[in-house]
Design a protein around this ligand. Structure first.
Ligand code: NAP
Ligand code: G3P
Length: 472
């Protein structure tokens, strides 16, 4: 099937197209256009034209389109979930729940938008001359938001940009991940069917490596909202110039396990955090820092949980499914080989069939190994044995990333003390690292990002203040 881009209210093909195959079995799923620069210009121009009408609508009017789009997503959750599962090799249950989660996110964005109003500020609290002054502080849209999303949540992490942008009065130019583009276009189809005015959402498909720079540098773009890898995020930071950006990037989330932790719970949470969606989550637990005194016991508990994981077909809800492509599998295999060469002990089997990798648990990982520091974005988990919690904090803070960290301890005062010292956006106490729920602030620092997502925070990021002052 030939999928098309939504531009100015019409579905449009391009001369060139990109065929999309499933990472599960190479099934041809369809094709998406490979947009030219001229077509991008038209998409940008028509979005900008639509901005005036869209931003002048009352928030409650904009909210109606979001509620309707959410309703349509719920209606089509199996259809979209099935495409999503095939396109990014995600378990069918998780794929459908991603669509449902997205409908919730869109509804909540509408509600949050209705709460996100301006304020009146009086000057009376300053010197006498100001006591007659009143400021009407209004929230206005940034304008044209360029939203770029990653493959691993092609519906949810697209809507997490689009919905808050729209309710804030912005128009959106949406670039889905190429592997995930069909799912992204089906998300936009729901907004189109909801009747959203022409040009308010325009889509641009095409390889980021070919069209990315042109999109980022485009003069009609007022705000860039990007989720993806750190190298691309850094490139965007260079090209953005004076335009505001919101970047959610890579991570190397650690799990610190104290000697007083509930090890059974920690093992279950760590395995879920590390291996859900085959580790292809920015918030996946990507290293465990465990006190030496409990390391043997924890390693045994984690090993037992890993060996329960099923491997295979996303449509049989296997826990571990084929990775997004062979290039990803090759990269992860390189990390595994490096760890083995340097003396790490594999506690589980090391096995690969094309882009399907069996989950690997390494013990006795040392800081000279690549797996201790690099983001695998795959099913491999290193255990690093530590002698003190201060050592764990130092290792975590030595990362180029700063997304999340889990802390497992029964001593809550100690947990908060550790949390205060960690250079990350979020600390999870006695739980796995995770983005949800979607109304929470979600952010990375250092190489993990710039700015704050999370519905209310996304709306604030993509709106700006205008102060209108009058002397009464
Ligand atoms: P990616 O390769 O950076 O791609 C992300 C998006 O950027 C895709 O739509 C991609 O298009 C586009 N892109 C690629 N090159 C570009 C360029 N030069 N200019 C503009 N856009 C460009 O990341 P991914 O492989 O999809 O996702 C995996 C990475 O993203 C991991 O590092 C993961 O940690 C991170 N991630 C972070 C979060 C978070 O919330 N912090 C969430 C998910 C993923 P194409 O698909 O056409 O290449
Ligand atoms: O990598 C995607 C990131 O947003 C993870 O989301 O909900 O699986 O923690 P979640």
């Amino acid at each position: 099937m030939k999928y098309k881009n939504l531009v100015n209210g019409e579905w449009k093909e391009s001369e060139k197209e990109i065929k999309i195959y499933s990472p599960i079995n190479d099934e041809e799923l369809g094709s998406v256009p490979s947009m030219t620069r001229e077509e991008v210009d038209y998409a940008m121009e028509t979005a900008k034209i639509a901005l005036g009408g869209w931003r002048s609508l009352a928030v409650v009017e904009r909210a109606k389109y979001l509620y309707k789009a959410a309703e349509i997503l719920e209606r089509d959750k199996e259809i979209i979930g099935t495409v999503l599962a095939k396109e990014v090799s995600k378990g069918i249950k998780a794929a459908i729940s991603e669509v449902v989660r997205t409908a919730d996110l869109i509804r909540y964005s509408a509600e949050e938008g209705l709460r996100s109003v301006g304020e009146i500020v009086e000057g009376g609290s300053f010197e006498a001359a100001s006591k007659r002054k009143v400021a009407m502080v209004r929230k206005e849209p940034m304008g044209l938001v360029l939203a770029i999303a990653p493959f691993n949540y092609p519906v949810n992490l697209s809507a997490s940009k689009i919905a808050p942008a729209l309710i804030g009065g912005n128009v959106v130019l949406f670039k889905p991940p190429t592997q995930g583009a069909i799912s992204g276009l089906l998300l936009v189809k729901a907004f189109h069917e909801a009747g959203i005015p022409a040009g308010v959402i325009n889509t641009v498909t095409g390889k980021g490596s070919e069209i990315g720079d042109y999109l980022i540098a485009h003069p009609l773009v007022d705000f860039i909202n990007f989720t993806g890898s750190t190298p691309v995020g850094k490139r965007i930071g260079e090209l953005a110039g004076m335009r505001p950006i919101l970047l959610e990037l890579g991570g190397k989330d650690g799990a610190i396990v104290s000697d007083d932790a509930d090890l059974e719970k920690a093992a279950k949470d760590i395995v879920s955090g590390a291996f859900s969606y085959s580790g292809q989550r920015c918030t996946a637990i990507k290293r465990v820092l465990v006190m030496e005194s409990v390391a043997d016991k924890l390693a045994g508990l984690i090993k037992a949980e890993v060996e329960k994981l099923t491997v295979g077909d996303p449509f049989e809800n296997a826990d571990i499914t084929p990775l997004i492509d062979n290039r990803a599998a090759d990269f992860i295999e390189g990390l595994i080989e490096d760890a083995q060469e340097k003396g790490a002990k594999a506690l589980t089997q090391i096995k690969r069939e094309k882009n399907l990798l069996w989950p690997v648990l390494f013990d006795h990982v040392t800081l000279d190994m690549r797996i201790a520091w690099e983001e695998p974005f795959g099913p491999v988990l290193p255990l690093i044995r530590i002698k003190s919690l201060d050592e764990a904090i130092e290792i975590c803070n030595g990362s180029e990333y700063g997304l999340q960290t889990s802390v497992f301890t029964k001593n809550i005062v100690q947990a908060f003390d550790i949390a205060g010292k960690l250079e990350v956006g979020t600390v999870q106490i006695n739980n796995k690292t995770q983005r949800g729920p979607d109304n929470f602030p979600f952010l990375g620092i250092k190489g993990s990002g710039v700015g704050v997502q999370g519905i209310k925070y996304s709306i604030e990021s993509m709106t700006k203040i205008k102060s209108i002052v009058i002397d009464l």
